[in-house]
Design a binder for this molecule. Structure first.
Ligand code: FE2
Ligand code: FE2
Length: 139
């Protein structure tokens, strides 16, 4: 694994950890049982992305960065939706760029499954935002 690829994978690890933290926090504090369950499921999926990225880095001989991302809670539900959408978009873009750089078909399959799941998260966040009465032009 090249140093550059390792750096990008470790950077993506930070984004996944930030997503895990924010979905967990919002799930724990939103007070809406339906949203709580949905966001808790997102958090578990982000935790699995964290584990998969760590495994991918380790089996390709890289060193996993254990530094925690600088995270701040969202100011509002609007802010939460905007940040979540931005992080999902960022994850999809980064994984798509990294996909052809990975050495094995198995590694590429792992990243492709994360891309598919992030795209689903994005759709579900848009649906949740709409269900909460928030439109794209109100944030
Ligand atoms: Fe993720
Ligand atoms: Fe996600």
């Amino acid at each position: 694994m090249t140093k550059t690829l390792l750096k990008y994978l470790n950077e993506q690890l930070q984004t996944e950890i930030a997503s895990f933290l924010e979905y967990s926090l919002r799930s724990a504090s939103c007070g809406d049982p339906c949203m709580e369950r949905e966001l808790a499921a997102f958090a578990l999926e982000e935790a699995e992305h964290i584990r998969q990225l760590m495994a991918l880095i380790a089996r390709n001989g890289g060193e996993v960065s254990m530094s925690a991302p600088q995270s701040f809670p969202a100011d509002s539900l609007d802010d939460f939706f905007e940040r979540s959408l931005a992080r999902e978009d960022d994850a999809i873009l980064r994984y798509t760029v990294l996909l052809p750089l990975l050495p094995t078909e198995a590694d590429r399959a792992v990243l492709q499954s994360s891309i598919d799941q992030e795209a689903l998260h994005r759709e579900q966040i848009l649906r949740l935002r709409s269900a909460c009465g928030h439109s794209a032009d109100r944030s």
